[in-house]
Ligand binder design. Structure first.
Ligand code: PEP
Ligand code: MN
Length: 335
């Protein structure tokens, strides 16, 4: 249930509604937009006397929210959420789409800093790199762990690029708080609810990837776990879903962009690399995502993909990434 307040409603009227609702044992989420202020009610709404609520000062309308996700719902928060990183970079809303780029996994310092400088020169604003890797095979390279995070932090110090890396286990949260700017939750952990609950307790942006075969509603419910804990900095990331199609690694659900924009206020980032799984399909899907209105891209780049420890076949070489970044800039006018 949401309470829509009159235009120019006073702070006192908003306070009165919040107190009325909280006294009945529910929680509230106040969203002051440019157009209007809405107050979201979370909890057992049968405890609310609707006629009293309607009669309070400046209450314009009461709307029932039927969706199972509340805090992630656009109705509860009409304005787009904009997430600000520690260096001031803003993601979401009317801000220019942010491109995150880098290797699938951090392999060593020389390779990381070479790629970091190249993606920065091309216009990327965030450096990606895995340190803990969710590999299908236990015998495949599992990542450098803490050493990988330290190398990412060193690359940030050298280039000024904030860094994003995947967290797989709650026990590593303190390390991620120290070394990264955005915590990625991979597709395989989208429904790791105990992990999501812990992320709700911290104040760090979370890039929540869509599960391998998750519906948009399941994905938003996972975001809800983080938001419900109090962490409002959630970025959604579409990275392809599993279908019967075999020519691509996954199927990029680009329609998730307008759907998410309608259903939610959270920014949406597209990962074309894991979606298609082949470097030569990445540029076209990146461009399509920009025109569709995505708030950003996360792209795998490697200077020597043939020798990459992980996902070499889908990495762009720096030159091609640079060309793509020029096209991305040209396409901004179609947004
Ligand atoms: C990754 O970003 O390297 C990764 C493993 O992604 P996903 O969880 O989307 O497969
Ligand atoms: Mn990868």
């Amino acid at each position: 249930m949401i309470v829509v307040m009159n235009h120019n409603s006073s702070a006192a009227s908003v306070k009165q509604v919040v107190e009325f609702v909280e006294n009945a044992g529910l929680k509230t989420q106040v969203s002051r937009g440019e157009e209007r202020t809405v107050i979201g009610l979370i909890g057992d709404k049968t405890k609310i006397d609707r006629s009293v609520l309607e009669s309070l000062q400046d209450v314009a309308e009461i709307i029932d929210v039927s969706k199972p996700y509340k805090r992630a719902a656009r109705e509860m928060h009409p304005d787009d959420t904009v997430i600000t990183l520690d260096n001031g970079l803003k993601i979401g809303g009317k801000h220019e789409p942010v491109v995150m780029a880098g290797p699938c996994t951090v392999e060593n310092w020389e390779m990381l800093i070479e790629i970091a400088k190249a993606v920065k020169a091309a216009g990327a604003k965030v450096l990606r790199g895995g340190a803990w890797k969710p590999r299908t095979s236990p015998y495949a390279f599992q990542g450098l762990g803490e050493e990988g995070l330290k190398l990412l932090a060193k690359a940030r110090a050298e280039t000024g690029l904030p860094v994003v890396s995947e967290l797989m286990d709650t026990k590593e949260i303190p390390l991620f708080l120290e070394y990264v700017d955005i915590i990625q939750i991979g597709a395989r952990n989208m429904q790791n609810f105990s992990l999501l609950k812990e992320l709700g307790k911290i104040d760090k942006p979370i890039l929540l990837k869509r599960g391998l075969a998750a519906t948009i509603e399941e994905w938003l419910m996972s975001a809800e776990y983080i938001l419900a804990g109090g962490n409002t900095k959630v970025l959604l990331c579409e990275r392809g879903i599993r279908t019967m199609e075999k020519y691509t690694r996954n199927t990029l659900d680009l329609s998730a962009v307008p759907v998410i924009k309608k259903m939610s206020h959270l920014p949406i980032i597209i990962d074309p690399s894991h979606a298609v799984g082949h470097w030569d399909y990445v540029p076209s899907m990146s461009k399509a995502a920009i025109v569709a209105g995505a708030d950003g891209l996360i792209i795998e780049v490697h200077s020597n993909p043939e020798k990459a420890a992980c996902d070499g076949g889908q990495c762009l070489k720096p030159k091609l990434f640079g060309d793509l970044m020029k096209d991305v800039k040209d396409l901004m006018k179609y947004r």
